[in-house]
Ligand binder design. Sequence first.
Ligand SMILES: Nc1ncnc2c1ncn2[C@@H]1O[C@H](COP(=O)(O)OP(=O)(O)OP(=O)(O)O)[C@@H](O)[C@H]1O
Ligand SMILES: [Mg+2]
Length: 252
Amino acid sequence: MIETRDLLKRHGGTTVLEQLSLTVPEKALTAIIGPNGAGKSTLLSLVSRLMPMSAGQVLVGGCDVATTPSDALARRMAILRQDNQSALRLTVRDLVGFGRFPHSKGRLHAEDLRHVDEALAYLQLEGLAERFLDELSGGQRQRAYIAMVLCQGTPCILLDEPLNNLDMAHAVNMMGLLRRAVTERGKTVVMVLHDINFASCYADHIIALKNGRLAIAGTPAEVVQDEVLSGLYGIPVSVHEVQGRRLCHYFG
Ligand SMILES: Nc1ncnc2c1ncn2[C@@H]1O[C@H](COP(=O)(O)OP(=O)(O)OP(=O)(O)O)[C@@H](O)[C@H]1O
Ligand SMILES: [Mg+2]
């Protein structure tokens, strides 16, 4: 569904992403991993056209992102940025309602309100719906932003570090919920993750970046390997199979 061809991004004279040709499978959960500064957020920003590319091409559902009208793109994909900086004097319900903008153009109809209520319920935010964002904890606020993204009802969802600020229970819950969005609703979910064990247990496909290039892409069984992860992060990593799942151990 998403394909990049020879994608290149320069900031001034510095190349931060190059020769990036990859395919993100449709109706699957793809995790993007790699060290800090590898280019993960840059990749999501280029795919969603939040940032212009220096060269190359991005195709989403066969359409060239560079020439797709903004409203068509907004109905096709939604993105959660790594650093959300919306006005905090906004209620959770209003924030989630903003997610309907590509459909409602500002005036929420009954159908939009139904989507808002559904997203609030999906993220277990009903009790916080009337609270202002600056009255929430970091994890609660993160869930509100994710509700806003899901409320857009797009077939493709890009999430940059969605587990930030979530405790282990909410992180597991969030991964389960995104997994169901793929399996039950046929969504294409692409998420940047630092926790390799979550990528290993929940993703169908993993893309690893290093120094602005593709390091490896494949199934969790192909990517979650001692040598691959040790090479990617530059520290010793050992992978163990526990109850059929590949988990990595990387400290001590
Ligand atoms: N506006 C900018 N000007 C110059 N360099 C930039 C700019 N934005 C990002 N970079 C550089 O581009 C590289 C890739 O950044 P990016 O944010 O994509 O990394 P990342 O993989 O998302 O890292 P992290 O895990 O820390 O979020 C980094 O070296 C970063 O310093
Ligand atoms: Mg990033």
